[in-house]
Write a new protein. Structure first.
Length: 395
């Protein structure tokens, strides 16, 4: 065990002691515990973490009701924007991401950047398999609805750089790996988003004899989104750790500062969900059948991408932490960018924009459920690790 209280996993990744239990680390708590003194999971989780699915469902319902029952609320919330995103949502995203990025051990990022299996698998899942899968699902489920189909393809091109950090942390994934993979996705998003949009909406449909669509989006528009929604909290998290450890020491930073800011990640998440669904509540509730049809390919997409990432991590003999990170970074999507691009290109009342809005309606509950699936599957990694260690000891 090193001086910061982490254990070195036999397969190369570092394990946070606070996550060394079946229920995982509550994102709002960073205290460490020894395995021998572990009581039940429920007693270790804070009220906020224990009832997370309830809070998220409540936030979605409250947002939908506010958007439906309060006249003019959506236009009021959307009146002030930051890079095409409602200012309240932008604030919620920044608040949500900062505590998690303040927990990242930036001095360990080199251990992730040297893992070619993880980086190669992530790039393949995010930039080859993910967009292609969404293209196929969109055409299979929505062959007669071109606007919704186009919106779904745009969602598939926008790789997640925000909420995935929360899901990864809740599932006790590798924080440092998540930070690196999100940063790589951000770079590829700036470079490849417009080109992939052109390919999947115009070139490939033309080759296949299908309807074609033009997507007008600049690299600078995407770069601004990345700089704001990833760059600001990433810089704040990095400076917090550097300054905090220098001023208080590493131990005090971990045991005193991080537990104080930890709950704000979920506060920011719940606030963002309320505002997001309040903004789009009328659209979602006024077209239930359209929402249902859009939901089916999205549900299939999130489950297949997460499952594919998990199975690939297992096949590559990765640790639980990095397998979990690979699965969630593959499944998550940048709904802020997808909605902003759809609105800027096709209009706020377009079918493409509605498809982008339905994205988080399905993504949030599905990925919360997959957090619990990941934690339930974790003992299989522990048993496998114990078996591997036993074999090594007998050699």
């Amino acid at each position: 065990m090193d001086r910061r209280g982490d254990l070195l996993h036999p397969r190369g990744a570092r394990v946070r002691q606070g996550c060394d239990r079946p229920g995982g680390t509550p994102i709002s708590d960073t205290r460490t515990h020894t395995a021998k003194s572990e009581p039940s999971v429920a007693t270790k989780l804070s009220t906020l973490d224990r009832f997370l699915p309830v809070w998220i469902l409540a936030a979605m319902v409250i947002g939908l009701l506010l958007g439906r029952l309060v006249p003019g609320l959506g236009s009021t919330l959307g009146a002030v924007e930051l890079d095409g995103v409602s200012l309240p949502i932008a604030i919620g995203l920044l608040v949500m991401m900062y505590p998690v990025l303040a927990k990242v051990r930036y001095d360990r990022l080199d251990t992730v950047s040297g893992d070619r299996r993880l980086l190669g698998a992530s790039l393949a899942l995010n930039w080859i398999i993910g967009p292609a899968l969404m293209f196929v699902l969109a055409w299979i489920f929505l062959p007669d609805l071109p606007e919704y189909r186009t919106g779904l393809i745009i969602v598939g091109l926008a790789r997640c750089i925000a909420m995935v950090i929360i899901w990864n942390d809740l599932a006790c994934g590798d924080r440092e790996a998540a930070a690196v993979l999100v940063a790589i996705n951000s770079v590829f998003q700036v470079i490849a988003f417009a080109a992939l949009g052109w390919f999947y909406l115009s070139v490939l449909p033309g080759w296949l004899g299908l309807d074609q669509t033009q997507l007008d989006v600049s690299a600078w528009q995407i770069a601004k989104s990345v700089l704001i929604f990833l760059g600001i909290p990433l810089l704040a998290g990095y400076l917090s750790r550097r300054i905090g450890e220098k001023r208080w020491g590493a131990d005090a930073y971990e045991r005193s500062f991080l537990p104080k800011i930890g709950p704000w990640a979920l506060y920011g998440l719940l606030f963002t969900i309320v505002i997001l669904f309040a903004l789009q509540g009328e659209q979602i509730t006024s077209r239930p059948m359209d929402v249902a049809r859009i939901s089916l390919p999205l549900l299939a997409y999130f489950v297949v991408m997460w499952g594919g990432g998990y199975l690939l991590g297992r096949a590559l003999d990765m640790s639980y932490e990095r397998t979990t990170t690979l699965a969630f970074t593959a499944a998550g999507n940048n709904f802020e960018l997808a909605i902003a691009v759809a609105i800027a290109t096709f209009g706020v009342t377009s079918g493409q924009a509605l498809a982008g809005v339905v994205g988080p309606l399905i993504e949030v509950p599905v990925l919360v459920a997959l957090v619990y699936v990941a934690l339930a599957l974790r003992p299989r990694f522990d048993r496998s690790t114990s078996t591997d260690s036993s074999k090594e000891n007998h050699v």
